[in-house]
Write a protein of this length. Structure first.
Length: 279
């Protein structure tokens, strides 16, 4: 009895297996291919490298806005060549088993809610700050209902365009994501020293977005993941907490704001949790 788990991000793809839907027994990571067909081929090759006797079911997350049927993504700024194609159908050509697909951030949120930093809490808000910015609201271990999904990274924050100017959409994602930082400063985020004031500024920008999360979703905890949070250097969690409290200005109390416990494997654990609930 073997289950396949995957997590397709804008930069890296992770593929793993679980024998019992309780633990991950093996996993591999590779750079996410630009082209859809190359990506499917690489996933299949990786699964085959585990030398499994039988695959019972597959679940995973992918960056981007899912189709209504949750078979692939409709659009995405990074995985643009994956858009409009059915990942589920492509994988089922090789594996004729149930396949469940969710947004990658939503899947990571489930992982943190069930196995990680949000375990035991009713309402968990999860935000990933990495190549882009994503988020999801989890209630009782399940992705909350929505008509169009959750896209907190696209909320407008720089209304007067004092930071980003006139040419860039003034969104949270374009303020704090790794890709945005690289474009704005001309250097990769991980090459900016932790001592640079930029990291404190990013914490302040992110806190303004989390203020909206608190007021809109009323979570018991906000869990933050992604390379810009758990990497080194990173946006510091203490600074994020401080600026979030300041932004709320006593109107409501800030919930616990904490880092991901599962790190890069959060999406894999979320896929495992989804399979446990649906099979």
């Amino acid at each position: 009895m073997t289950y396949v788990l995957f997590d397709i991000g804008g930069t890296k793809t992770r593929v793993a297996i679980s024998e019992d839907l309780e633990t991950i027994s093996e996993h591999k990571t590779f750079n996410t291919p630009v082209n859809f067909d190359d990506g499917v081929k690489k996933i299949v090759e990786t699964v085959k490298s585990f030398k499994l006797k039988k695959v019972l079911a597959i679940a995973g997350g992918i960056r981007g806005y899912l189709t209504e049927e949750k078979t692939g993504i409709q659009n995405d700024s990074v995985l643009s060549k994956w858009a409009g194609k059915s990942l589920v159908e492509a994988l089922q050509k090789t594996y004729k088993v149930p396949i469940y697909l969710e947004n990658d951030t939503a899947m990571a949120g489930v992982g943190e809610a069930v196995y990680g930093a949000g375990e035991g809490l009713e309402i968990v808000a999860y935000h990933s700050v990495s190549t882009g910015v994503g988020g999801v609201k989890i209630e009782d271990g399940e992705i909350d209902h929505s008509s169009i999904g959750f896209e907190p990274g696209h909320q407008i924050l720089d209304i007067d365009r004092t930071v980003l100017g006139e040419e860039i959409s003034p969104t949270l994602e374009n303020l704090v994501s790794g890709a945005a930082v690289g474009e704005r400063f001309g250097v990769n985020a991980y090459d900016i020293p932790q001592s640079d004031v930029v990291w404190d500024e990013l914490a302040d920008y992110l806190a303004q977005g989390l203020r909206n999360t608190i007021l809109y979703w009323s979570p018991d905890v906000i869990v933050l993941g992604g390379a810009m949070i758990i990497g080194d250097p990173a946006i510091q969690i203490d600074a994020i907490r401080k600026y979030t409290v300041e932004s709320l200005d006593g109107f409501v109390m800030s919930p616990l704001i904490t880092k991901s416990l599962l790190g890069d494997e959060a999406g894999l654990y979320g896929a495992m949790a989804i399979l446990k609930k649906r099979l």
